[in-house]
Design a protein around this ligand. Structure first.
Ligand code: LLP
Length: 422
């Protein structure tokens, strides 16, 4: 089964997303092109919702995964909040109509300006990651005549068993306040004039494919909740972060409803059943809802390796180059010719510029390929390396393809630059 099914399917040889043939979209909008299924996003959200029904909760979509305004609007209209990590994401979320009262601000390096911007907007809360940040936030809030709602992001020191670059809950990661320092940090937060303690938070990593690390982290968090509340500091919510993985190849992550049910059972067992739960899923809501379309430019068969050179590159989708991530590559139209192994590479001047290696494909120049599971951390990590304009984005809404981001224009890329005088 294709990752992204049932929204992604092959019918009579043509790869379709929500019934729309992808090759036709490539012709209509050009390539490289990101295409998203709104129905797939809402379907992924529904799985979380099923398990959370009847529980006080807020799902804060981690918008770093895919920050297109139409994507944010889709989740906002469905009642979600968002998890942001910069002033830029705050501005985007507000522009998409996400109510500030549903925005939580995470990240280890918030600047004074970003704090002020978020306080002025009236965000729901700040996930604070250090003592220095607590002190700064308190000062900024006092200056603004406001009180900042804070949760401490605790580093539970559990191994999420994922790629080292995207594992965040180990003692030697830069993230969060160490578990054994968290009680002191809560005492400090409660004593600072500009702050109001509202909850506790953790996030242990990304593309996690097992339930156990989540439950272990939750247990560690609940130990702290007990200790903090024993001192008279109330924690109204527990934010369990994001991190649930998706299927790129052979992974079999738990379904979102199964994961949430297991975590809720743990909360119940420890007497926290009525507590408000916050979640910050990113990838699991959008990853398998999107594909990147690219056109084959040249075939370069060789004795050692054979290259299929396409018009998308590491600047469009950096995950393979950056994490050696394996993402499925499928032709949008099937050919009868026998398949053979190709390294699918982009035009960027780096040997690391590849999308997939050793992929068995029957292709010819002009064919359109789809990189699957590209809805998360695709466009948001795109760059202009080699002065390449970023791709356009299309969302399929009720069977209709809607352009939700125009292709960038070359002249915009250097519009802010200045030639030297003389
Ligand atoms: N909350 C916080 C505080 C985070 O740092 C992240 C992701 C999330 C939530 C959402 O995690 P998710 O549910 O998407 O796993 N660029 C990498 C992934 C980096 C994830 C960073 N933090 C990739 O392409 O695999």
């Amino acid at each position: 089964m294709l990752p992204g099914a049932p929204h992604l399917a092959r019918r009579a040889g043509a790869l379709q997303l929500d019934g729309v043939p992808l090759a036709a979209l490539a012709r209509r909008f050009g390539t490289p092109l990101y295409v998203y299924s709104q129905a797939a996003m809402l379907g992924a959200l529904a799985a979380y919702r099923r398990a959370l029904a009847g529980r006080p909760h807020l799902l804060c979509y981690a918008m770093k995964a895919n920050a297109n305004l139409a994507v944010l609007q889709t989740f906002a209209r469905a009642g979600c909040g968002v998890d942001i990590v910069s002033g830029g994401e705050l501005a985007r979320a507000l522009a998409a109509g996400v109510p500030a009262t549903r925005i939580v601000f995470s990240g280890v390096g918030k600047t004074r300006d970003e704090m002020r911007q978020a306080l002025d907007a009236g965000v729901r809360g700040f996930n604070v990651e250090s003592l220095g940040e607590l002190q700064r936030l308190s000062r900024v809030a006092v200056e603004a005549g406001a009180t900042a709602p804070v949760s401490l992001r605790v580093n539970p020191d559990v191994d999420a068993g994922t790629h080292p670059y995207i594992s965040t809950g180990l003692r030697d990661n830069k993230f969060g306040i160490a578990h054994d320092e968290a009680l002191d940090a809560y005492r400090a937060a409660a004593a600072l004039p500009g702050l109001r303690v509202t909850g506790i938070d953790c996030h242990i990593g990304s593309q996690i494919t097992q339930v156990e690390p989540f439950v272990d982290a939750l247990d560690r968090l609940l130990d702290l909740v007990e200790a903090v509340e024993a001192e008279g500091i109330a924690l109204a919510h527990i934010d369990v972060g994001g991190g649930l993985g998706i299927r790129y190849a052979e992974e079999s992550p738990p379904a979102a409803d199964e994961l949430v049910a297991r975590m809720l059972a743990r909360l119940d067992a420890r007497g926290f059943g009525g507590r408000e739960i916050l979640l910050e899923p990113g990838r699991s809501l959008v990853g398998n809802a999107g594909v990147l379309l690219t056109e084959v430019q040249y075939l370069k068969p060789g004795a050692a390796r054979s290259f299929c050179i396409v018009d998308a590159a590491m600047n469009d989708l950096v995950r393979p180059a950056m994490y050696q991530a394996w993402m499925a590559i499928e032709p949008c139209t099937e050919r009868a010719a026998p398949a053979r192994p190709w390294d699918v590479v982009g035009p960027v001047c780096e040997s690391g510029d590849w999308l997939g290696r050793d992929r068995r494909l029957a292709v010819e120049p002009g064919d359109v390929l789809a990189v699957l599971s590209a809805g998360a951390y695709g466009m948001t990590m795109a760059s202009n390396y080699n002065t390449r304009p970023r791709a356009a984005e299309v969302m399929i809404v009720d069977g209709e393809a809607v352009l939700v981001r125009e292709r960038e224009r070359v002249q915009d890329l250097f519009a802010g630059e200045r030639l030297l005088a003389g």
